[in-house]
Design a protein around this ligand. Structure first.
Ligand code: SAH
Length: 412
């Protein structure tokens, strides 16, 4: 028998509607003294079964729901849930229209109905992030099951590395942790085929997040999908990280590609990747790419002052708003970036612009970009609304899961 949580009558609705979080303020009573991290059964005020999840009194989100069925959370349950998530990716990436990729998100936490657990695949290695106490307690068993379930889908995993070095763990009373969970230590660099022949370098141990930004894979592919073979482009890749968009641009029609990022290590990898794709002996090809370590805000002001012009500008900044309280400041940041980006685009050129702040809705982001456009005196059309790749599904009952939004605009 598990311990029991009773939800306040006026706070039952979100639980019944399958929102996975129960905040401390929604709880009327905690019975049978659950230990932190333990599985609990959630009951209505009248004693009806509502859900089962895990408990952490240290967190504002005291319960995260794992199931809305009256079923045990045991190894068999875990195996079924992991299979469901992995089956989706195996289906998504066995498409006849696209070259296969060996890097994608296998488990997308709440959005795969597995709160607190992120697992990314980079070739033969998996990277696991445990964001909550229960997942942290279970991570070794989960790692073992992952290897077994992956094997059933013909995915032979050589090792699983933990990258739980994220601030949100503090809210669960956890320290940050990294290290090998299982199998072999991953190599310094893993080259992943990111939906096309372009190979992107990933440093699992020291890279950002789990090593790379898999959520942008489909949008990088758009360079091929939309722009290849139409004409040559001068591309400004702002917040380039290890080259992502710039590498695709170079492979599919880029003439001059400028990558700007504050991270020296990321830019070095971007350059290494470029040498991997093109023949270093061909001076024309290699001369066409630049790697500039700079603050993008400052870089843009200078580039506008110098009257630089590009065919395509990509703007993929880090998260500016970490909470609702930071939305106004973040909005000013996004507006500043997009205003200057508009000024740098040739008539008939494109802007691909993003926000990965969960606190900024798709509507608000579009309004901010509209404000920037109005101030720039330019005209623009929306060619496409952009979001994260398909391997980052969003649970329909969990709107918080939709953090990445973007616009592809044609600018005049
Ligand atoms: N577009 C990339 C991911 C970008 S992530 C891809 O497709 O892989 C955001 C990047 O912005 C990180 O690499 C980080 O180093 C960089 N960054 C953060 N703040 C910055 C700033 N003010 N100026 C320049 N780069 C910055």
């Amino acid at each position: 028998m598990t311990a029991t949580i009773i939800v306040k009558p006026n706070r039952e609705k979100p639980v019944r509607n399958q929102h996975p979080w129960i905040f401390s303020g929604a709880i009327a009573e905690v019975r049978d003294n659950p230990a932190p991290g333990e599985i609990v059964t959630v009951l209505s005020h009248k004693g009806d079964f509502l859900a089962r999840g895990y408990w952490n009194p240290k967190s504002q989100i005291q319960v995260r729901i794992l199931t809305w069925q009256d079923e045990p959370i045991d190894e068999d349950w875990w195996r079924r849930m992991l299979k469901r998530a992995i089956a989706l990716r195996r289906e998504l990436y066995i498409s006849p229209d696209e070259p296969p990729t060996n890097a994608y998100r296998l488990i997308n936490a709440e959005n795969d109905f597995l709160p607190g657990l992120i697992v990314d695949r980079y070739s033969d290695w998996l990277v696991l992030q445990a964001l909550t106490l229960h997942i942290d307690q279970q991570k070794h068993q989960i790692a073992q099951l992952l290897v077994e379930v992956c094997a059933e889908y013909d995915l032979e995993i050589k090792g699983i590395y933990e990258r739980s070095d994220v601030d949100v763990r503090g809210k669960e009373g956890l320290q940050q942790e990294t290290g090998l969970l299982l199998g072999d230590v991953p190599p310094e660099l893993i080259w992943v085929g990111d939906l096309a022949r372009v190979m992107i370098p990933v440093d699992i141990r020291r890279g950002h997040k789990t090593g790379g930004y898999l959520d942008q894979a489909r949008n990088r592919w758009l360079f091929f999908d939309l722009f290849s073979m139409s004409r040559e482009f001068d591309v400004l890749n702002l917040f380039s990280y290890t080259g992502g968009f710039g590498l695709f641009a170079a492979a599919f029609g880029g003439r001059r590609i400028i990558n700007v990022d504050s991270s020296r290590e990321a830019l070095e990898l971007a350059e290494q990747a470029m040498l991997n794709i093109f023949d270093p002996a061909d001076e024309d090809e290699m001369k066409s790419s630049e790697y500039i370590q700079a603050d993008v805000f400052e870089y843009l002001r200078d580039a506008v002052a110098e009257g630089q012009q590009f065919d395509i500008v990509v703007c993929d900044p880090p998260k500016f708003a970490h909470s609702a309280g930071q939305v106004d400041k973040a909005a000013r940041g996004y507006k500043d970036l997009n205003l200057n980006a508009f000024k740098l685009i040739k008539s008939g050129g494109y802007l691909m612009t993003f926000s990965c702040s969960g606190a900024i809705s798709r509507d608000l982001f579009q309004k901010i970009v509209f404000g920037a456009l109005a101030d720039s005196g330019r005209q623009a059309q929306i060619i496409r609304h952009l979001g994260a790749s398909d391997d980052h599904p969003i649970a329909l009952t969990f709107p918080e899961g939709e953090y990445l939004k973007g616009l592809l605009l044609r600018v005049y």
